[in-house]
Design a protein around this ligand. Sequence first.
Ligand code: C2E
Ligand code: CA
Ligand code: CA
Length: 586
Amino acid sequence: MDIIKKTWYFRTVRARITFSFAVLLLMVHLLALLIMDTVLSYSNEVLPLNVESSLGGEWLNKSFQEFLKSLSHWHNLVLIFGSISFTCALFVSAWIAKGVAQPIRVLVDYAKSIQYGDYSKQLTLNRGDEMGQLGDVLQTMSDSIAKRESKLNELVNYDALTGLPNRNLFQDRLDQAIKVAKRGGYPMAVMIMDLNRFKEVNDILGHSYGDLLLKEVAKRLQTIVLREYDTVARLGGDEFVLLLATNMEGAKIVANKLLSVIDQSIELQGQEVIVTASIGISCFPEHTAKPKELLQYAELAMYSAKNSHTGFALFDSVHNAQDQQYLSLLAELRRAVLNNELVLYYQPKLELSTGKISHAEALVRWIHPERGLVPPMEFIPFAENTGFIRTITLWVIERSLRQQKELQAAGVALIVSINISAQDLFIPKFPTLFAELLEKYDIAAEYLVLEITESAIMSDLQSALGILNEIYDMGLRLSIDDFGTGYSSLAYLKKLPVSELKIDRSFIKNMETDRDDNMIVHSTIDLAHNMGLKVVAEGVENAATWSGLEELGCDFLQGYAISPPVPLPTFLNWVKESPWQLNQVA
Ligand code: C2E
Ligand code: CA
Ligand code: CA
């Protein structure tokens, strides 16, 4: 398609210059002719009478007649010469104009190509004058725009670590491929692959090894998928996705091949690592014709392969029934947030040094219209797997701040802990968002504690550290939840801006009967105190544990022995009737 609009010839620079020159020349000639004509006619009519009557007129008359004759001769010459030169001028000026206007035309065409996003053209002016310089500038400009555009395209569509297409580009290719497959009646398969022990590599060997591993896996995947219409992409983390122009049987063969290349040991800077993978497969047209569902189904099949340790699993009708439940759970959760079906329960923490209920943990509950009260373990892990946790966390933050405002209006000073999942830390501008909410509800940051599990922090320690430091600088306190269950190391504990450790209830539960658990609790309390941290024991269910923890110098107790989590009004009534008191706002 010709994208350059045609310009009417008489509006071009070339035409304008040509005609200006020619017209100018014509006018000069006409002026000369006009002057001569005027002199000639004046001499014929007026001059002879006057000249003859004057003294010595004869001599004058003679020389004047000669002058007029030559003038008439010149008049004719001018007429002939004028016509010839006008014609020549037309050609010459057209030729000059062409020399000026053509490079402009080329530059305009070139600039228009840039305007329409075509940076492939090369400008060939080969001139040393200003036009040439302008051309060079345009060419450089076009080259750098092209470079920036391709960089941007890379950032938007490719994964920086492995160089593979990212989710964005994969989604595009999947959409296109399904359109073509529908038209041509070809089968397609989508395969999601997740590494089984990637987290361990990351946690134990460190992030740089994790990155090396991912790069190696990407390389191995590419050796299997060689066909032109196939795509390998990285969805994020240790999750890869493949789009294959093949049927169900072909997909199974590829899955087996993939498992065998991934299973081979990988050497990472002298360390030998063996990872395994779980693969989920969904097929067009057997399972669905919708690209989005193909991805969802492959993911569900992948989880099933992971749970059943089968290596790979095909999405099938059995999945379908069970996984449709999963899909509808997601839809239901969305509705739950919109319809305010979620509520916060509060569980008190008793401060042993003051004997006051100075703190509480906010725990989410789902009051389902049909199923009644749904405990968090039935939807939080699912929300974490589907990314929906971010929505829930934002809801929890807002709700707890609103209730904090109500508490403070009633004169109650209660420091409330909320639970934050790993993914929450990576909500864009999470600390800023938090600061804005604190300001909106006019709540001082000291009234909030964020509980984060060790594994959440360890999943991306470097990034988490930056965000946690920002949160800490805002005045929010951080607590390490379920302490003792993750990959704790004193080295990283020292780096974290935390003020509290919560010993996991699995150690508290048997500490009175199990010597190992008792020792873990004992040394954790000592360790925390030596590092200037407060200690919370969670899951305190009986008096023996309670007094044991008191003896070990634990700072806070939380558990059914004090109170289970309850709605806020119940919580406030309960304190009134309990032997303990709340702090009052100063
Ligand atoms: P968690 O953060 O470790 O919360 C403490 C859990 O221990 C709560 O379970 C609480 O009810 C339970 N618990 C408290 N005292 C006792 C006791 O004496 N004995 C026993 N056996 N259990 C006790 P819940 O409320 O069912 O929450 C379970 C988990 O769900 C929480 O564990 C937390 O990881 C997650 N969760 C709850 N609410 C939220 C939330 O708002 N956001 C996020 N991200 N996670 C939440
Ligand atoms: Ca917690
Ligand atoms: Ca906990």
